[in-house]
Design a protein around this ligand. Structure first.
Ligand code: SF4
Length: 334
């Protein structure tokens, strides 16, 4: 991946009081730096048109995270935890972090990481059972790590906890600085994959399938627990063949060690009116992910695939995994 150099930094003045804030401002001292009141509401950005979406993604926002509410979850983790970043520099056409038009498009970094990790460690230690904390539901932490080093710092410091696990999904392969560190046994990496053609046309700015699979092998070899998310499943033309090729690719290219105990999650795409608007204006020549014959409304401008199609998808992918990965667990379809 090419190194990300922002066009401009927008920062809350208080960020300078934190070590990481100082480091980042120094690291990017050669790009324009603009003081903002609140990372949540940058008026200048809110006013920009949808077609400026890719340009806005070239900025970096630095602030303090004020909300630290853990949300109970029952899929792969016990809690979804707001962590060190929100948003991303990549541009997947379905990205779930694109909420109120331009409000959350860009990458926001929160420099009060000690406060956030302390709360996770305290909750882990006080619990009777081993808790799993999903720390990557608001951003891609592997991508973020290539800018801040936060994931490496987190893994190394989470080992202070007496028990518990942290987990996060990613679509990036820049894992080399995470291989030779302490604390790996408390981490569950989850690599998200899709057919090559889907990655190329839809997951703009992320790592290629080959690189992601290589990263899984390296992580497994280094001693991490690793899962694979087939996500989001998109019913593009020819989807049955494309997802079969994907599962065969995994079978042929994952290392024996990875294949031993890798587990799967399968998630179908949801889409929204806001995605449609942004994508139409910002990526006019991109593939159109909205298909009214295949989708149905789910309230608040959201769309999901129709139930009978999801069922077909579940059967197809379920059979493929059963055939090529008979000894591996499918944790859920969603
Ligand atoms: S990599 Fe993840 S966070 Fe980044 S744009 Fe894609 S879906 Fe969104």
């Amino acid at each position: 991946m090419r190194k990300f150099v922002p066009d401009a930094i927008y920062y809350e003045e208080k960020a300078k009081e934190y070590e990481l804030g100082k480091e980042l401002l120094e690291k990017y001292k050669d790009v324009p730096q603009i003081i903002i009141e609140n990372h949540n509401n940058i008026e200048e950005m809110r006013k920009r048109e949808n077609k400026e979406f890719p340009r806005m993604k070239r900025n970096l926002i630095i602030g303090i995270r004020k909300t630290h509410k853990f949300v109970p979850n029952n899929k792969i983790s016990d809690y979804l935890v707001p962590y060190t970043s929100s948003g991303c520099t990549a541009m997947c056409l379905y990205c779930y972090l694109v909420c109120n038009y331009n409000k959350c498009a860009y990458l926001r970094l929160f420099v009060n990481r000690e406060e956030m990790l302390d709360k996770i460690i305290k909750t882990a230690n006080e619990s009777e059972k081993e808790l799993v904390f999903e720390i990557g539901s608001n951003s891609d932490l592997v991508l973020e790590n290539s800018i801040t080093g936060n994931l490496k710092w987190t893994i190394e410091n989470f080992k202070k906890a007496e028990k518990g696990y942290i987990t996060f999904p990613t679509k990036f392969d820049m894992v080399d600085d995470l291989l030779d560190i302490e604390g790996k046994e408390r981490v569950i990496f989850r690599m998200s994959v899709n057919p090559k053609e889907v990655i190329q046309k839809v997951e703009i700015g992320t790592s290629r399938l080959e690189q992601r699979v290589e990263a899984i092998n390296k992580l497994k070899e280094a001693g991490y627990k690793v899962g694979i998310l087939i996500a989001p499943v998109i019913f593009v033309d020819n989807w049955e063949k494309l997802y079969e090729e994907l599962v065969i690719y995994l079978k042929e290219n994952l290392s024996e060690k990875a294949k031993q105990d890798v587990f799967f999650e399968v998630i179908f795409m949801t889409y929204s009116f806001i995605h449609r608007k942004i994508n139409e204006e910002a990526f006019p020549s991109a593939i159109n992910l909205y298909d009214q014959d295949l989708m149905t409304g789910r309230g608040k401008g959201k769309y999901t695939y129709k139930q009978e199609l999801r069922k077909k998808g579940e059967e197809h992918i379920g059979k493929l995994l059963e055939k090529y990965f008979p000894n591996n667990r499918i944790v859920y379809f969603s």
